[in-house]
Design a protein around this ligand. Structure first.
Ligand code: IPE
Ligand code: IPE
Ligand code: MG
Ligand code: MG
Length: 296
């Protein structure tokens, strides 16, 4: 039986060491690096970088060859959380079990911390050695992939829709489109980067894209469900906030029970898209199941 907890522990420890190394290399940067470390090393689940490593393995690649892409994903994700929590956005005080960046360091530093993490992601992702390597084209394609997923055709567009639609009622179709952008795009980029850099062929990459789209939506539906019925102590962030801010969510439109069934259906479809893959895709299968069973 595949042991997801052991897998997650080992993958997280590889990711955390690599992230720490990058922070150490910039230790001279004082307050800004302290604020970056505060949010980056606060104990996030590391799901996006883990998905990148797991996707590389699923196509026969090695986790250690894609670790820089994995770190870049976690930097982009952490930046997005810092900005998402700002008073002008969701105005949250707690994240990853700690006061949010703007509460701990002030708004100006929190904005800069997000900016610094986003730019550091690209600095980390493609180094001079990658640009000179035989795989330069693959790395360049991942730079483009991450920029697109994080930008106006991806997460930023989704976040824009999210704040613009507060207080309005989205249709299910509109909500699905918003979730696919605000959360799905980076999850898709996580799985795709691993499969591209891991040496996957076109067919494998397209299958994994389908997998990622299903788990990406299931991930945000579960985030919405946990915002209704989760335990804030376990989650390390506040609950009930979507209702207070009048956000359209799956539970607000279809109810909790149906939202859970919907998420389950998405995970089954994600698992179906993995059918042609061998046992090296076990981590991706287990991650799919975990996404809807998680409590944080
Ligand atoms: C939370 O992401 C924000 C969303 C995109 C829904 P995670 O639940 O992966 O947060 P961390 O990284 O574990 O803190
Ligand atoms: C966060 O979405 C999505 C991004 C940061 C891109 P939410 O605002 O729904 O997530 P939480 O609940 O604050 O983690
Ligand atoms: Mg938000
Ligand atoms: Mg939020």
């Amino acid at each position: 039986m595949f042991d997801l907890n052991a897998y997650l522990e080992s993958a997280r420890s590889q990711i955390n060491s690599a992230l720490q190394e990058t922070l150490n290399a910039n230790a001279n940067a004082g307050r800004i690096i302290a604020a970056m470390k505060y949010s980056l090393m606060a104990g996030g689940k590391r799901l996006r970088p883990v998905m990148c490593l797991a996707a590389a393995e699923a196509v026969g690649g090695r986790a250690e060859d894609v670790i820089k892409a994995a770190c870049a994903l976690e930097m982009i994700h952490t930046y997005s959380l810092i900005h998402d929590d700002l008073p002008a956005m969701d105005n949250d005080d707690l994240r990853r079990g700690r006061p949010t960046s703007h509460v701990a360091f002030g708004e100006g530093t929190a904005i800069l911390t997000g900016d610094a993490l986003l730019t550091m992601a690209f600095e980390t992702l493609a180094t001079i050695e990658d640009i000179k390597s035989d795989n330069a084209v693959l790395w360049l394609s991942v730079v483009h992939l991450f920029a697109t997923a994080a930008g106006v055709q991806g997460m930023i567009q989704g976040q824009m829709m999210d704040i613009a639609s507060e207080g309005t009622r989205l249709t299910l179709e509109e909500l699905g489109a918003m979730h696919a952008l605000k959360t799905g795009a980076i999850i898709e980029a996580s799985v795709l980067s691993g499969s591209i850099l891991g040496g996957g062929n076109h067919k494998q990459i397209e299958r994994l894209r389908t997998y990622a789209r299903y788990i990406g939506l299931a991930f945000q539906v579960t985030d919405d469900i946990l915002n209704v019925e989760g335990n804030p102590e376990v989650m390390g962030k506040a609950v009930g906030t979507d209702k207070t801010r009048q956000k359209s969510t799956y539970p607000s439109i279809m109810g909790l029970g149906q939202s859970k069934e919907f998420a389950k259906g998405l995970i089954n479809k994600a698992l179906q898209s993995l059918e042609p893959f061998d046992s090296r895709s076990e981590p991706l299968r287990a991650i799919a199941r975990y996404i809807i069973e998680r409590k944080r």
